[in-house]
Design a protein around this ligand. Structure first.
Ligand code: SAM
Length: 268
């Protein structure tokens, strides 16, 4: 068995590239196959995918820090990806060690590596599931063990909603999670948009057709609808680098390259 294949868990789809492994490659990780790298390299010829991934990941980190500062100690991270730098439990537990995190992903490589990383962390766990099945995730023993739904929970849907087609009504899916969240809970999310560069994004859609998860970019108005029933905190729904940047000045190129809108909202 080659070195590369020694970490491949059972049930992994070896037929088509996966968004989890493509994202891992774009962020400089090592849990991806040649087909994922080839696809990512094609993607890089049509969109600034590395910048998109980096800026999205940075938004995730800032939003988790913000949520911890608001007193949130419980995170349900849907579409959590292959663990890489700045994982949610690391960011949250650095500020508040008692923070609890449940990671959920559809992709076996992402889940297997999350489980491995979390072996000695009793405050975090990982589930392999499709986020379109809220009941299975909310009732999962790992969710029940770690999260107390009488206390505020942050629902994270970062860089994942573009994988859910309109036909599966991702807006209704978000609402089903919202109903399970107690008062004081939050939603943090980001999603691919057409609004930055429609031509480039149209080409990206074509490239993603050859993966396990084709993408469905959306207009700002449609992305805003994900936040129904949540009151957005400042600065509202903006391109990822513009969401509460750490330094005052945001590079204009980063904004142009980001191609994902992001926001954090409090359940009302
Ligand atoms: C671009 S990555 C984002 C990872 C992480 N949330 C972040 O922002 O850094 C998207 C992840 O969503 C996962 N995913 C796609 N469709 C999903 C679904 N229906 N249910 C659960 N996870 C899904 C992919 O496997 C991938 O790991």
């Amino acid at each position: 068995m080659s070195n590369e294949l020694s970490w491949v868990p059972e049930g992994v789809n070896m037929e088509l590239p996966s968004s989890a492994r493509i994202y891992d490659y774009l962020l400089g990780g090592g849990h991806n196959f040649e087909m994922d790298r080839t696809l990512a390299d094609r993607l890089l010829t049509v969109v600034p995918a590395r910048d998109m991934a980096r800026l999205n990941r940075a938004f995730l980190g800032r939003s988790v820090q913000y949520l911890v500062r608001q007193g949130i100690r419980q995170f349900l991270d849907l579409g959590s990806g292959v663990p890489t730098v700045g994982n949610v439990h690391e960011v949250a537990q650095a500020l508040a060690p008692e923070s609890k995190v449940v990671y959920v992903d559809i992709e076996p490589v992402a889940v297997a590596h999350s489980e491995l990383l979390l072996r000695d962390n009793p405050n975090a766990g990982a589930i392999q599931a499709d986020l379109r099945d809220p009941e299975a995730i909310l009732d999962h023993p790992e969710t029940r063990r770690l999260l107390d739904f009488t206390q505020p929970v942050a629902l994270l849907l970062v860089g994942v909603l573009q994988f859910i087609p309109d036909a599966d009504d991702p807006w209704a899916v978000v609402q089903r999670y919202r109903e399970a969240l107690p008062e004081g809970s939050y939603l943090a999310f980001s999603a691919f948009t057409w609004d930055g560069n429609r031509e480039a994004m149209t080409k990206a859609v074509e490239v993603f057709k050859n993966t396990q998860e084709p993408i469905h970019p959306r207009t700002r108005a449609d992305i805003l609808r994900f936040a129904e029933g949540f009151e957005l905190v400042e600065p509202g729904l903006v391109y990822t680098p513009n969401w509460r940047p750490e330094t005052g000045a945001v590079a204009e190129e980063d904004v142009r390259h980001s191609n994902l809108f992001a926001a954090v909202g409090r359940k009302v």
